[in-house]
Design a protein around this ligand. Structure first.
Ligand code: SF4
Length: 698
């Protein structure tokens, strides 16, 4: 009923990396409905989260005043704590007191233990400008590169492999290119659940005749659109992909002229994969040799083919190897650099691409420039008129280990929730409890904020101006639609206020001032201005001119590797860090549901979404339920070497036998109590997709 609406504001969805453009409809200063807008990545479409997940900022537990921990209240997750009534554990403070207290605690630790005793987690839910300011504060205000965010738990291994092999961490083509491809491989991703509007492009492609090949241990809704589905054994991705490379090499399906012109290292790869025949790899991955040959031939012989992947690829101790294999497939077959071809890790959070680009990464400055590179260091020292550390910082899980080891004493956490998102939560929570000073900035008293010394009430996405960058490299404009509640403040304002109390002298008046500074340190933003984004809503980087929309497909001529050539990086199959055995015989895998977002801090406070999926569930194959004498709806206990949880069993014919899937958004049965913190050695990402567990009726 448009008569019941006071005004409309155009913005971008706050949830996934698809980056759907939307319009907020507002009545009495509250969002009452959301409509899809004709953005390049959504063409007016929205999924259930974008359309109905808008009311969490009005939840009764929303923070409206700064809070300081009451004297004597222990730092722990208290089962009796009610986030809607935090004054049992915290007292209210005004902004001056809270900011002084936050800054004084951090400065005291810096003075006593040195800069490396401090660390910061930023957030992929922040705008680009907030991410830039946050990493700048950690690097120059704290004096350390110990700054990271949830990309470490998401696509860090994909980025490590992409930077190694093609010189950049971003996608080579947008997912809209799928509609021009003859063949697309979807592997380790479940787009109908996790990137639902991107999935509509895949469905449209299938309708036009594109052959979809799905390689995944779990079944999924898109199987109905697939030409071929290979459900391989969990954790055996490298075996399957190397067998495909073997077929491409032995049957000479590779693109010799492309390899010669654009790559180096193919001869070594050829030799390397010779022994990894489909027959040799089949017993490992559980796929018949003929099926391996068929998908390899389909991909290699296609005129235009793309590969899309998700966290089923990246969240393994061999996640970087998985991505290296996919890159080798594309390079060997010349399937990049043209419309309808490319490599595309589907990014998770709405701004994980932008937050990474803006420098929320410990070993690189903005635009992935190494912190240890003397020229890079000198350039940022000049831009910021201050000396910088050239020592790469610690990553998310390394920071938690450093807290346990007593090396890190103080933290600033903005919008992240490691007390729910980190692997092996008992350890992560114990580590958070030992911090001498923890500053948390968020919308709610999250599980992590329950360990805070001071909590700063922040802004929801619809309450602030800022840009975000989606999985397609599209920089898009988000706009403040509704006022901030109570005394909550925009995140950029809070970061600046804290920075100034830690001895810096910042005078940004608006996020557009920050964007202007970012352009001085990030060549990726050339020809993209705040004014352009206001007028055009979305511009893709790299963008060659002020009057062009940016490049959807990149690296037609040369890769950004120095000599212009991409590199093959051979790999070998490795077992999971914690293989199943007789004591723990079932594979635990974790992830998201369609209706809920990550640790649930937003979607479990969104009325419709919480009603659609109100309880913690474990999805099991019918035969697996029967094996344990369980009926759907029965309580089931899942135990690993790190802990146990009890939740409701759900029947799911898409699950393979011997595997259980648990979403990680439910605090009452937190999946990450169970997960294995073992890290991929390159991307430093934990093995969320494979842990040995056992089940029992509760
Ligand atoms: Fe939002 Fe992603 Fe859904 Fe689009 S697909 S509406 S960006 S959650």
């Amino acid at each position: 009923d448009s008569a019941a609406i006071d005004r409309e504001v155009d913005s971008v969805c706050p949830y996934c990396g698809v980056g759907c453009q939307l319009t907020y409809q507002i009545r009495d200063e509250k969002i009452v409905a959301v409509q899809g807008r004709e953005g390049p990545s959504n063409l007016g479409r929205l999924c259930v989260k974008g359309r109905f997940g808008f009311d969490y900022p009005n939840h009764p537990s929303r923070l409206t005043r700064p809070l300081i921990r009451r004297e004597g209240v222990p730092k722990r997750m208290d089962p009796d704590f009610d986030p809607a009534n935090p004054l049992t554990h915290f007292r209210e403070a005004d902004w001056d007191e809270a900011l002084d207290f936050a800054a004084r605690g951090l400065a005291h630790l810096r003075a006593g233990y040195g800069a490396e005793a401090l660390a910061g987690f930023g957030s992929a839910k922040c705008s680009n400008e907030e991410a830039w300011l946050f990493q700048k504060l950690i690097r120059i205000g704290f004096g350390t590169n110990n700054v990271d965010h949830c990309t470490r738990l998401c696509h860090a291994s994909s980025v490590a492999a992409l930077i190694e092999c093609i010189g950049t961490g971003a996608v080579t083509a947008s997912f809209m290119q799928a509609t021009q491809a003859d063949v697309i491989i979807l592997t380790g991703c479940n787009p109908a659940v996790n990137h639902p509007v991107a999935a509509t492009f895949f469905k449209q492609a299938a309708k036009r005749g594109t052959k979809i090949l799905i390689l995944d241990p779990r079944g999924q809704a898109l199987n109905a659109y697939a030409h071929k589905v290979l459900r391989f054994e969990p954790g055996t991705d490298v075996a399957l992909f190397n067998a495909m490379l073997n077929v491409i090499v032995t049957e000479e399906l590779y693109n010799q002229s492309y390899i010669q012109e654009h790559t180096e290292g193919f001869d070594a790869l050829k030799q390397h994969v010779m022994e990894m025949t489909p027959e040799a790899m089949s017993p490992l991955c559980g796929i018949a040799p003929d099926d391996i040959r068929e998908v390899a031939r389909l991909y290699a012989r296609a005129d235009k083919a793309m590969i899309f992947w998700g966290m089923g690829i990246s969240q393994h101790t061999h996640g970087t190897d998985n991505a290296r294999c996919l890159i080798s497939l594309a390079l060997a077959c010349g399937q990049t650099g043209r419309p309808g071809t490319g490599l595309h890790p589907l990014r998770g959070q709405n701004n994980v691409q932008g937050a990474s680009d803006a420098g929320l990464i410990p070993m690189v400055m903005p635009d992935y420039q190494p912190v240890s590179d003397a020229q890079v260091k000198a350039a940022f020292e000049e831009l910021w008129s201050t000396p910088l550390s050239g020592k790469p910082g610690l990553t998310v899980v390394e920071i938690m280990h450093a807290i346990e080891a007593g090396q890190i004493k103080g933290m600033y956490i903005l919008g992240e929730n490691p007390a729910m998102s980190d692997p092996d939560l008992a350890h992560a929570r114990a580590a958070l409890a030992t911090l001498e000073h923890l500053v948390v900035q968020d919308l709610f008293v999250t599980e992590t904020a329950q360990f805070a010394d001071v909590i700063l009430p922040a802004s929801a996405w619809a309450e602030k101006d800022g840009t975000v960058t989606n999985t397609n490299r599209q920089v898009q404009m988000g706009r403040a639609a509704v006022p901030l509640p109570g005394e909550a403040k925009p995140d950029w304002w809070i970061i600046q206020a804290l920075a100034n109390r830690m001895g810096l002298n910042w005078h940004y008046q608006h996020p557009s001032d920050v964007f202007a500074e970012m352009k001085q340190g990030m060549a990726s933003l050339d020809h993209i201005s705040w004014e352009r984004l206001q007028a055009e809503q979305s511009v893709t980087y790299p963008c060659p001119a002020d009057d062009q929309p940016g490049l959807d497909v990149v690296y037609s001529d040369a890769f950004p590797t120095g000599n212009g050539k991409a590199r093959f990086s051979p790999t070998r199959p490795l077992p999971p860090d914690e293989p199943v055995d007789s004591e723990y015989p079932v594979v635990l895998t974790t992830g998201r549901q369609l209706e809920h977002w990550h640790t649930g801090s937003m979607t479990r406070r969104a009325r419709v979404l919480d009603q659609l999926e109100p309880e913690a569930v474990a999805s099991l194959a019918p035969a697996e339920l029967a094996r344990y004498g369980l009926q759907p709806g029965d309580p089931v206990t899942i135990k690993t070497r790190r802990g146990e949880i009890t939740l409701t069993a759900r029947i799911d014919p898409q699950m393979p036998e011997g595997m259980v899937f648990v979403p990680f958004c439910y605090v009452e049965a937190a999946a990450n109590i169970l997960t294995n913190p073992a890290l991929d050695p390159y991307g430093k990402i934990p093995e969320f997709k494979y842990a040995a567990c056992r089940l029992s009726p509760a």
